[in-house]
Design a protein around this ligand. Structure first.
Ligand code: C5P
Length: 292
């Protein structure tokens, strides 16, 4: 059987309202998330049995802690499939960035195995297995912007008119040399206690945008920023400069540390890129992409 190669997109949270803590230790949220035309690539080579992984980037763990292998085991458990695969991951999405790289890789592994095994999992069961692997996994099952609720596992399509205001938009992703751990960021929200946006307010803001005609810029929100910005002051300093100098709409994505700017179709990125490298150093990650 031939190997299969699947793309594994990054995502940005255009709207992220963490609304409160849950009894299971997670947080409830309301978020509009868009996958991007930029991401990793996962190749699955059929093997007689067992699952193994290699990656072109040495900082990526290739042991059982990697979500690709967790996803493969979950797939085998859910279907009873007895085959195996060797996965090769081409990593482009930075780690600890809030760009969903690990979650996206997990869903890519499920997709690749669906192809190798002949589609053994019905769509509803695939969604259940994906949600079990991580809060951000379910959003990667489709290739369109979606609304996430619950801890992230409940995914709804956006109304067509709202979707049209997002799809194809140009974005500039940029990340400093440091990462932010998602559990740390949520931990800081708990400690601060003042950043939550009540669910009714979050839903009202989202509904107002969906019912209106405003562009993606009017939707942007992330109430995880305050917790991250308190410690990592390089983030708000650069975002404020970019806003003031170029007028772009900028936000942190998810729990950070990556941020993004919404770009106009004809906008020249050189001044933004120059400012990013000046503030965060020549090693800062910068990547242009489009919302899928
Ligand atoms: O589900 P996932 O493994 O991606 O979540 C990583 C960590 O982020 C969780 O252990 C939890 O601390 C935090 N989290 C949360 N609420 C969410 C998603 C993640 O508190 N909705």
């Amino acid at each position: 059987m031939n190997p299969v190669t699947v793309s594994s997109p990054a995502k940005v949270n255009l709207f992220l309202a963490v609304t409160g803590r849950r009894v299971d230790g997670y947080h409830d949220l309301v978020s509009v998330v868009a996958p991007l035309d930029f991401g990793d690539e996962l190749r699955a080579q059929p093997a007689p049995e067992g699952f193994t992984l290699d990656c072109d980037r040495p900082e990526v763990p290739v042991d059982e802690s990697n979500l690709v292998l967790k996803a493969a085991r979950a797939y085998a458990a859910a279907t009873g499939w007895r085959g195996g695969a060797h996965f090769s991951l081409t990593k482009r999405i930075p780690l600890g960035a809030g760009l969903g790289g690990g979650s996206s890789n997990a869903v890519a592994a499920l997709r690749a195995l669906q192809q190798l095994a002949g589609g053994l999992l019905p769509a509803a069961k695939l969604a259940e297995v994906a949600a079990g692997l991580g809060s951000d996994c379910a959003l990667f099952l489709g290739n369109t912007p979606v609304v996430m609720r619950g801890r992230g596992e409940r995914v709804d399509a956006l109304p067509e008119a709202a979707m049209r205001r997002l799809r194809g938009r140009r974005v500039l992703l940029f990340k400093p040399g440091f990462a932010i751990s998602t559990p740390w960021a949520y931990g800081r929200m708990i400690a601060r206690g003042t950043d939550y946006l009540p669910a009714a307010e979050a839903e009202a803001r989202l509904a107002a945008w969906m019912d209106g005609t405003g562009p993606a810029e009017d939707l942007l929100l992330n109430n995880m920023e305050a917790a991250a910005f308190e410690k990592f002051v390089a983030l708000p300093l650069l975002l404020a400069k970019l806003r003031a100098e170029t007028g772009v709409a900028v936000r942190m994505s998810g729990s950070g540390s990556a941020c993004f700017a919404l770009l106009g179709e004809d906008q020249v990125t050189a001044p933004l890129v120059a400012r990013i490298h000046e503030c965060w150093g020549p090693g800062a990650f910068v990547q242009e992409a489009r919302l899928l």
